[in-house]
Design a protein around this ligand. Structure first.
Ligand code: ATR
Length: 278
């Protein structure tokens, strides 16, 4: 892509930002759809998020993805936080429209699109379990509930934190919440690991039988190969396993479609970033 003055500017902002795949993903989308955009990575000083965003807007920036540690601060500068961001309690995409800063969170939608469109598992009528009760789970609840699963359960090491989600989402979703031990005797068609254990070597204390025959086990972290959760699932006989590479690309596609009004084909980009699960 040529970086000429007419190109519209987008960026991902975070600190650190060196690891971000967003510039590669969005540049691939732009090339495939013929959109004349430039997408860069910006490392904002830890105490300079707002000033960096304002400078980007002043320089003609049209939108941004937001990553750690600014997902909450992005909320504070938004003039129009959409429901997806409000309920997730975090922002991952901004659009600049005149004086307005519109904020969204596409992580949950990206997850649902990956499960349903790429992995071919419809969530309607299914028993779905989310492990973890942090930010990743908050983002996932509403888009999953919108697919009308038969049951949406949230289990967490601290059961109280899971119960807190039940209260926070009471107006939007019916949740079964509790600790892992309370799952004994239950089985699920889709089991999602939204804890941070994908980044460590910790195993979740999942009772035997939690994976229903033919279940999908999905690790939201990407690029870490077989995480302890995925190994646990395999040991329980699960053959349909996935990590979050598809979610990463699908949330990017949602942001791209929101900004540019056209939807890129995600499959080749997912293939490019897929690390074998072994
Ligand atoms: P994120 O925003 O990525 O969801 P977070 O808000 O820090 O991160 O949440 C981390 C989640 O991983 C929590 O659900 C946490 O459980 P607790 O609320 O009980 O702390 C979960 N988690 C982290 N380490 C864990 C471990 N060793 N075993 C079980 N759950 C773990």
């Amino acid at each position: 892509m040529t970086d000429h003055p007419a190109s519209e500017r987008y960026a991902v902002i975070g600190n650190p930002i060196g690891h971000s795949k967003s510039p590669l993903i969005h540049t691939a989308f732009a090339q495939a759809t013929g959109q004349d955009i430039v997408y860069t990575a910006i490392e904002a000083p830890l105490d300079g998020f707002k000033a960096t965003v304002q400078a980007f807007i002043a320089a003609g920036g049209r939108g941004m993805n937001v990553t750690l540690p600014f997902k909450l601060q992005a909320f504070e500068i938004a003039t129009d936080p959409m429901e997806s961001a409000r309920l997730a309690g975090a922002v991952n995409a901004l659009k600049f429209e005149g004086d307005r800063i519109v904020a969204q969170n596409f992580d949950g939608l990206g997850l649902v699109n990956d499960i349903q469109h790429n992995l071919g598992v419809s969530l309607a009528g299914k028993r779905v379990l989310i492990c973890g009760a942090g930010g990743a789970t908050r983002g996932a609840i509403l888009p999953i509930a919108a697919q009308q699963p038969a049951l949406l359960a949230v289990a967490n090491r601290s059961a109280d934190k899971a119960h807190g989600l039940q209260r926070d989402f009471a107006a939007h979703a019916v949740l079964q919440t509790g600790g892992y031990a309370e799952l004994a005797g239950e089985s699920f068609d889709v089991v999602l690991n939204a804890t941070s254990t994908g980044l460590s070597q910790a195993e979740l204390p999942l009772p035997a039988g939690v994976f229903a025959p033919g279940a999908l086990a999905y690790e939201l972290v990407y690029g870490k190969g077989l995480t302890p959760f995925l190994k646990q699932a395999q040991a329980a006989g699960v053959t349909h396993i996935a990590d979050g590479v598809g979610m990463l690309v699908e949330q990017a596609a949602e942001a791209f479609a929101w900004w540019r009004g056209m939807r890129p084909d995600t499959k080749p980009v997912i293939a490019r970033f897929t690390v074998p699960l072994e």
